[in-house]
Design a protein. Structure first.
Length: 369
């Protein structure tokens, strides 16, 4: 962010030249009033010109200083014009007027510069957030052999979170899937989520072991920014259609659900989120792919959708969350395509929450072809 001095310097040229201009104007106004003896024209306001220029070019203190000099010169040229003693009250009034105008103008300019800097910084952050979001949740889901995939992302109405999904090729035609969520909101959460996703995508080409992928992403995140309470939760699933097997591991994230009946993939220690400790203390599980297999990965924006608050700030359905309704919806949609599943779940969650989701919602559904 540019400083006030840099902004003024770009507008106004070399400092010495500006000082010379202000000094020349003070002398010129004094000469016009005192030497040319033109008091009847009421030219005392001309002393405001160098005062305003000093405030514009140099800031508050120089503006006040030039205001004091202008008031002194005004009193001096008034004495030259009229031999009678210049009233002290009139001198004090001119001092207050010149300094107030110069100081007030400088403060207004400083405030304007600060506001412009804030707006420029906000615009840069918005642009960065848009770019990160496009990387975190691509509009088009990559195609993978023998798999039917669909995704859904709905941003929350308040704030920007770090939800993401990943579909990446693994070794020997395997496919790595991941859905994650960075703690908090805003640009920092989005950056951490983006780094975690990029790490998973990079390591997926070397291994399709979901636990190993989470461990490597965790080490990379800690190496980058150290151990932090700003963690990233991830559910990672690896699918090998050739071998007919699927394996998964969790880093502090909700377990994936079977697409047709909403049951969990199995009892599994979820481990710690990424970025908390070097040891995730997680485990891996695997299962054979059945002919009608399907899996849903999601962030807590789906499970924690809640009804809107009433006029007193209380939820219309108490502390009820959407989580149990996910199972009901999946059972009702048994056999449906991944695209239909995510579309129906999104509509149900938005209806349940009155159209205002409290958190970003991200889903990734997969089924064998």
């Amino acid at each position: 962010m540019r400083t006030r001095r840099e902004v003024r310097g770009q507008r106004s040229g070399p400092p010495r030249l500006r000082v010379a201009v202000v000094g020349a104007l003070l002398v010129a106004v004094f000469v016009v009033r005192a030497v040319l003896d033109l008091p009847e024209l009421g030219l005392s306001f001309l002393y405001l010109v160098p005062t305003l220029l000093a405030s514009l070019w140099f800031g508050l203190r120089p503006g006040l200083l030039v205001g004091v000099l202008a008031a002194a010169l005004y009193a001096l040229d008034a004495s030259v014009i009229d031999p009678e003693p210049f009233p002290l009250a009139a001198a004090a009034l001119r001092l207050v007027v010149f300094c107030s105008v110069g100081g007030g103008f400088a403060l207004l300019l400083d405030r304007q510069i600060e506001l412009r800097a804030v707006v420029a910084q906000r615009d840069r952050q918005i642009g960065e957030l848009r770019a990160i979001r496009e990387a975190l949740v691509p509009v088009e889901v990559p195609e993978r052999p023998a798999l039917e995939l669909a995704s859904c992302y709905v941003p929350a109405e308040e704030g920007v979170a770090g939800d993401f999904y990943l579909v990446a090729p693994g070794p020997n035609d395997t496919t790595v899937l991941a859905v994650g969520d960075a703690m908090g909101k805003g640009i920092e959460a989005a950056r951490r989520a983006s780094f975690a996703r990029a790490a998973l995508a990079t390591f997926a080409s070397f291994t399709d072991d979901p636990l190993r992928l989470l461990e490597m992403a965790n080490h990379s995140l800690i190496e980058r920014s150290g151990v932090s309470s700003s963690f990233v939760t991830v559910a990672c699933v690896s699918i090998d259609p050739g071998e007919g097997r699927m394996s998964w591991a969790l880093a502090g994230h909700p377990a994936p659900l079977r697409l047709d009946d909403g049951s969990s993939l199995g009892v599994l220690r979820p481990g710690l989120p990424l970025g908390v400790e070097l040891d995730l203390d997680a485990e891996r599980s695997s299962a054979a792919l059945t002919p009608d297999w399907g899996v849903l990965l999601f962030t807590d924006g789906l499970a924690e959708a809640r009804p809107p608050a009433d006029g007193n700030g209380a939820s219309t359905n108490g502390a009820e969350l959407f989580a149990p309704h996910i199972v009901d919806a999946l059972r009702r949609l048994g056999g449906a395509s991944p695209r239909q599943v995510v579309r129906e779940l999104r509509a149900s969650a938005e209806k349940f929450s009155g159209g205002a989701l409290p958190d970003d919602l991200c889903m990734l559904a997969v089924r064998g072809r």
